[in-house]
Every structure is written in C-alpha cells, then in structure tokens.
Design a binder for this molecule. Structure first.
Ligand code: ADP
Length: 428
C-alpha cells in the first residue's frame, strides 16, 4: 500500500472517530457517523465523476481536488506531460523520417498490411505515376498492373528485386524491391535504371559491332589461307592479287584496332592538358599527309591557319581529331573536288573547319554520325577503308578539350565540319 493510500485510510478512520465522538456528545453517534460517511462518499463520487468527465473529454484541463484525489490528479498530470513530450519526440522523429525519405534519390512507398498505400515519397510518385495524397488508401496492385509486379506482390518472396518498364513510360526501366517491416507492412524501394540498361545495351551492341567488323576481314584472310594450303598458287598474277587483298584486310583490322585503342585510351585516362600545341604546324603536316592520301583524286586542298592561336591540350588527341576530319574529307570527296581547311579566331572562340564539296550527308544521319560504327553510307565507308569510329573519336577528343563539333551538310553539295574551342583553351 502506498503512503497516500495509508494516509487516506487514516483520514477516513479519523473522520469516523471524530464524528462518533461529536455524535456521542449529542447522543447521536450513528447519525453523526452516517452524515460523515455520506459526506465522504459524496466527495469521493464528485471527484470520480470529475475524473470520468476528464477521461471522456480529454481536451479539458485536469480537475482540481485536495487530499487523496489531489494526488491522483497530480499523478495523471505528470503522466499527461510525459505522454505529450513523447508524442512531440515521435512527431519530430516522424517528420525527420519523412524529410529523409523525401530527399532520397530512390522512390519509397509504404503499404499497410493489405497492400494499401499509406505514404509515397515524391520520387516514387513520379516514377510509378502515383498521385499522393490522392491515391493514399488505394491498393497498390490497382495502380501498378504490370504482371511481374502482381506476381512479385502475391508470391511473398522479397529477397530479390524485380525489373520492369516504368508504368507511365515504357521506355524507362525500373528496379523494385519490397521490404517487409512492422506488422505485415511493406516498404517498396524503386529506382530508375534506364541509364544502366541503356549502357548494357550499348555494351552488347558494341561487342556485336566489333565482332561484325572483324569477321569480314578474317573471313577473307582465312579463305585465302585455306585455299593456299589446299593448292599452292601457280599463277603469279592471281597470287599477287590475293596477297594485295589479304594485305588490305589486315590493314583494315589494324585500323580498327588502332581506333578502338584510341577510344579506350580517352575513356580510361584522365584529361591532362597542360602542353601548348602549335596548331598551325600540326595542320600543315596533316595537309601534306592529305595530299599524299588523295593523290589519285587530284583534290584542291587549301589551308588557312592563324599562326597566333595555339591550344593547350593533348597532342595525340588533337592530331587524331584534326586528322580524322581531314581524312574523311579526302576519302569522301570525289576526284577534282576541293577541300578547304581553316584555323581562325572568331569572337572568343578558335574554330577549326574542313569544308568539302563531296557527296554531302542526308539530314536524318547527321545527329547520329558521332555514334560508334554509325555510317551514313556503309558501302562508301568500307570501300574507302573506314572503321566507322572516326567521328566518335573526334567527338570524344573535342569534348576533352572543352570544345564542340558542328556538322552542316547538304546532299550532293558537300559538308562542313567545324570544331569550336573556348578562349580558356588558348595558349601562347
Ligand atoms: P567512317 O570510318 O565510316 O568514315 P566516321 O565516324 O569517320 O566513320 O564517319 C561516319 C560517317 O559519316 C561515315 O560513314 C560517312 O557516311 C559520313 N561522313 C563523314 N565525313 C564525311 C564527309 N566529309 N562527307 C560525307 N560523308 C561523311
């Protein structure tokens, strides 16, 4: 028994004893004791009713009382204060959790035990097309109807994630994982992995493109070798033709490997561009090379280069960039065509351009030309020894020098490839 309870019993006994004593003085002991007990019961009932009123209408302040009831109300008051404090802490923790979940780069959906949506963060809203709070209270399987999600939800095996097309944009790919928590509640984590699946697709395409590019020269080479091993050649003229062809195919493979290595080097090495490159000298050499490369076609090749503008950059990358554009012009421009190479400063930029009056390129191909192995005219490209990687190398190299590539072309009239370099790349 608590001290308060002992006090209350002592007080009650005291009241009974005092009323009995006073009653004895007036010879009315029972009446006085009865009156005292009645008053005590009324006091008790009044406070019990006050307590019940307070319990049913929590908004009211706690009632006042003295003695034993005063103690009870006081303890209730302390309990209330504690509860209020805990609620405050809980609501702070909850709002912190919501803020953190809202800031997550992943989508989060909280489901109650019957897969009913309770809460959705903004990322999940946009990825899954759920309107929150309007859709709160709806079953998730009514909103995400993809069969693989429905199966995942009903199978109740959530150790692995699933991949599915985004509900409102089938071009995007999502990964989803359900994590059970609390009492039969679930949390769905979802993430847009479109870029990863696109990368994976690119990787697969790249491998199949490289294999395809390698296959035809290898087929020619192995065909000749097989033929020679069966029957050594007697006719010298045919033998020479075969050797020339084999040499061409070997060169084609070599060019492909060189281009692949150039791309891979740029992808894997950090940009270190501290050297000053004399562009005018570099272009003079490249023009001479172009004249040798296209000597059978009798091109008119001109070069106008501003000797004052040099670039800070990587010599190999810039060489490869300019050489690819000049060599393309030589390879695609027919006999007696003209090719103008220029290097000049306009406003705040240095511009390298190659203008040819070759076959030109149809507009639908232009946005794709810098993709690996993309060819506007595959036959012409292969005939002239192209690997389909030249403009991909150009794009990479120019981006590593903070520049940009612009292509203008008209079918039947010719093409202009221009590279723009910002002034912060200039060097003395
Ligand atoms: P390729 O080795 O096939 O030349 P590139 O990446 O250098 O590969 O060029 C991609 C495609 O762009 C070429 O296949 C060709 O169709 C087109 N192209 C590039 N330069 C020219 C040009 N000067 N004139 C016409 N077409 C061009």
């Amino acid at each position: 028994m608590s001290p308060h309870q002992k006090n209350e019993i002592t007080s009650l006994l005291g009241i009974i004893a005092a009323s009995a004593l006073i009653g004895a003085l007036f010879n009315q002991t029972f009446l006085f004791v009865g009156l005292a007990l009645f008053t005590y019961i009324v006091f008790m009932l009044r406070n019990a009713f006050k307590l019940q009123d307070w319990l049913t209408e929590r908004k009211k302040d706690l009632p006042d009382a003295w003695g034993y009831w005063g103690e009870i109300f006081n303890e209730l008051h302390i309990l209330e204060k504690k509860k209020f404090k805990q609620q405050k802490l809980l609501s702070v923790a909850l709002s912190r959790f919501k803020k953190a979940a809202e800031a997550l780069p992943d989508g989060v959906v909280i489901l109650s035990q019957h897969n009913v949506i309770e809460w959705v963060n903004p990322v999940a809203s946009s990825l899954l097309g759920i309107n929150y709070p309007q859709d709160a209270g709806q079953k998730i399987n009514n909103l995400i109807r993809h069969p693989s999600f429905q199966r995942y939800l009903t199978k109740n095996k959530f150790s692995k994630s699933i991949t599915l097309p985004a509900p409102d944009n089938a071009d995007n790919t999502l990964t989803m994982q359900i994590i059970p928590f609390g009492y039969k509640q679930k949390m769905i984590f979802c993430r847009d992995i479109s870029h990863i699946s696109k990368l994976e697709e690119m990787r697969t395409n790249f491998v199949s493109n490289v294999s395809h590019e390698m296959r035809s020269p290898l087929t020619v080479l192995s065909g000749y070798l097989e033929m020679f091993s069966d029957k050594p050649p007697k006719d010298k003229k045919n033998f020479k033709l075969a050797i020339d062809n084999m040499y061409q195919q070997a060169m084609r493979m070599q060019r492909l490997v060189t281009d692949l290595l150039a791309l891979s080097k740029m992808e894997t090495t950090p940009v270190e561009h501290t050297k000053s490159i004399n562009i005018s000298t570099l272009l003079t050499t490249l023009k001479e090379n172009a004249e040798v490369l296209g000597q059978d076609k009798h091109h008119k090749i001109s070069l106008q280069a501003d000797e004052q503008i040099n670039l800070r950059g990587n010599n190999d990358e810039l060489h490869s960039l300019f050489a690819n554009l000049i060599n393309n012009a030589v390879r695609y421009t027919p006999e007696n065509g003209t090719i103008s190479i220029s290097w000049q400063k306009i406003n705040d930029e240095a511009i390298f351009s190659v203008i040819d009056n070759g076959p030109g390129i149809a507009p639908q191909h232009i946005p794709h030309l810098t993709e690996r192995f993309y060819r506007a005219d595959a036959d012409r490209s292969r005939e002239s020894g192209g690997t389909g990687l030249g403009l991909a190398i150009v794009k990479y190299a120019i981006e590593r020098h903070d520049g940009r590539l612009e292509i203008q072309s008209t079918l039947g009239k010719g093409s202009t490839f221009s590279c723009y370099f910002p002034s912060q790349r200039f060097s003395t």
